[in-house]
Design a protein around this ligand. Structure first.
Ligand code: NDP
Length: 262
């Protein structure tokens, strides 16, 4: 295993599960000091346990249980990271959720409260967390990586508010990249397709809904995997696949910045 992140400090939001957990694990395995975060303390502990089990020193991991939909929660995340590690090189804005209408409605029939909750975590929290991290990322000439979605494209109809939030996130990535490059900070994003993460709680589901959804998910995964027009490679993504892309982007941007002395 290489040490591509040696000496770097990273915050990976939404690392109590799925893509964020795999990303935090990979960063830590490759030498980074990592702050892992989410609201669910049990899942957060599982992430920490996985990291420690791989032989990574405990002082390289900081777990912060907090709600990123609140600015208080965001301040806690940034302040405790700086207090423990003294710097911040990488911010991965990965936390996100796909909320469902309580009445099961789709499209623009979904209640506007679904829109508000979606925008709050998928978009607003990214903007405010980035604002709070900016000073430290400029000091480190660091990296921001936003996790968007293929759903931001023109084909998303039923998950309209989720798709809108990710399309807005894509524009935020472009505009923030132009704004922050003058300070030597690079901003990029990845847009995953279907990834088998399987957590419903973060999407606002009750345990019963989650159980029902798991069987829907597995039917859906089977369907898309067997239709080459949906997924030409024939298998849904795994969280670690996306983690490798995130790591690749960040490492190569760091190399480019060294070349250009940004
Ligand atoms: P999961 O549902 O597996 O995990 C979501 C993570 O976000 C959890 O760690 C959850 O933590 C955290 N989170 C959600 N809301 C909050 C909140 N208010 N405060 C703090 N943390 C929060 O998600 P995935 O790994 O599937 O998705 C990660 C990202 O990838 C998301 O932005 C998603 O939109 C995007 N994506 C996912 C795809 C997929 O098919 N899975 C496809 C395309 C994009 P906790 O519950 O502990 O609060």
């Amino acid at each position: 295993m290489s040490n591509r992140f040696s000496g770097k400090v990273a915050i990976v939001t939404g690392s109590s599960n799925g893509i964020g957990r795999a990303t935090a694990f990979l960063f830590a395995q490759e030498g980074a000091k990592v702050t892992i975060t989410g609201r669910n303390t049990q899942r957060l502990e599982e992430t920490k346990h996985e990291i420690l089990k791989a032989g990574i020193p405990e002082q390289h991991v900081l777990a912060i249980a907090t709600d990123l939909a609140t600015e208080k929660g965001q301040d806690k995340l940034i302040n405790e990271t700086i207090k423990k590690f003294g710097r911040l090189d990488i911010l991965v804005n990965n936390a996100g959720a796909l909320f469902h209408d309580a009445q099961g409605r789709n499209g623009i029939a979904q209640d506007i409260s679904v829109y508000d909750r979606t925008m709050e975590i998928n978009m607003r929290s990214v903007v405010t967390l980035t604002q709070k991290a900016k000073k430290y990322l400029i000091e480190a000439k660091g990296e921001i990586l936003n996790v968007s979605s293929m759903a931001a494209g023109p084909q998303s109809v039923s998950v309209i508010y989720y798709a809108m939030s990710k399309a807005a996130l894509d524009q935020f990535t472009r505009s923030a990249a132009i704004d922050l490059i003058q300070h030597g900070v690079r901003v990029n994003s990845v847009s995953p397709g279907v990834v088998a993460t399987g957590a419903g709680e973060a999407m606002g589901m009750t345990p019963e809904m989650e159980q029902k959804q798991l069987s829907v998910f597995s039917q859906y995964f089977n369907f898309v995997e067997s239709h080459k027009d949906c997924i030409p490679c024939g298998s849904v993504g795994r969280p670690i696949d996306i983690a490798h892309i995130i790591a690749f982007l960040i490492v190569n941007c760091l190399l480019i910045s060294l070349d250009k002395r940004l």
